[in-house]
Design a protein around this ligand. Sequence first.
Ligand code: HEM
Length: 330
Amino acid sequence: MVSKKSRSPFSFSKMVAAKFVTIFILMELIMRGFRFGAVDGLSMDYYIMTCPLADIIVKNTVNSALQNDPTLAAALVRMHFHDCFIEGCDGSILIDSTKDNTAEKDSPGNLSLRGYEIIDDAKEQLEQQCPGVVSCADIVAMASRDAVFWSGGPVYDIPKGRKDGRRSRIEDTINLPFPTFNASELIRAFGQRGFTAQEMVALSGAHTLGVARCSSFKGRLGNGDPTLDSDFAKTLSKTCSAGDNAEQPFDATRNTFDNLYYYTLLTKNGLLFSDQTLYGSPRTRSIVNAYAMNQAMFFFDFQQAMVKMGMLNVKEGSKGEVRGNCRKIN
Ligand code: HEM
């Protein structure tokens, strides 16, 4: 019989080490459960065996495109949002119209989307490396993540394994939120997709990047909108004197991902009505204040909400396909 006392210190330390390993494995499993529980089948390392360079190919393609034109970072982030909100994150935004079908991308709300050629470029390289493996929906999600980081935002990983959808119809885009929405309408629109008001405010922070065209905000001018700073209204009128397509940045740092967007809302300098209403409404004002004061908090919430957005109604298995060309259903 081996008494407790006769156990060597070596076997005791082995026992302690084994316990640590068990605890570590359990914690890892629990964390994975939290991270991936929402959608079975998606995982961070989805392409590890079938296309291990997938992430790197997308990242390099995005980085070199943004080096040439930094304004495309905004376009890639917006593209992912417009993809996910209509028919789920399934690459439906990338489909070209045909003679029998007018696709999502040709709806008025999508006409100013850009950056499709970056997705095509990444797809071409991926098809050479590992044909028929990486979905267009995953490329859009990865490109958006890389654009956020490239412009100074948070670094985060995303689960992959989305399949591409086979439907892209102009009429579905009626479900995109309008820039004329008030806070209650925004809360409802995002709530219908499972987001809290705080997540909606965090996602709206994507407007730290990019521009809106006059047609998206001119309705606020000339009617004495009390939520619009009077000097800023003059600036907007001047922008609009160049026509409906004239662009106005959301904040002073249009290519940098920071929390300046929220700060503009505190001073009635929000560009869209749907931006300024987030400060106007008591239901969201404290969140805007918090993000304006604390960029780290905004970054953390934004990355969590983006991962969640990237899981919206994803298609798995036979519910979708991996397109050979992102612009066409197979
Ligand atoms: C909260 C509801 C939202 C509304 C009503 C809204 C509306 C708009 C509008 C009207 C524009 C300008 C389009 C134009 O004039 O050409 C725009 C631009 C943009 N939106 Fe949103 N948006 C919303 C949420 C989001 C979300 C959740 C994201 C991403 C996570 C996003 C990302 C962007 C970006 C990056 C741009 C600038 C695009 C560029 O410069 O090319 N938006 N949005």
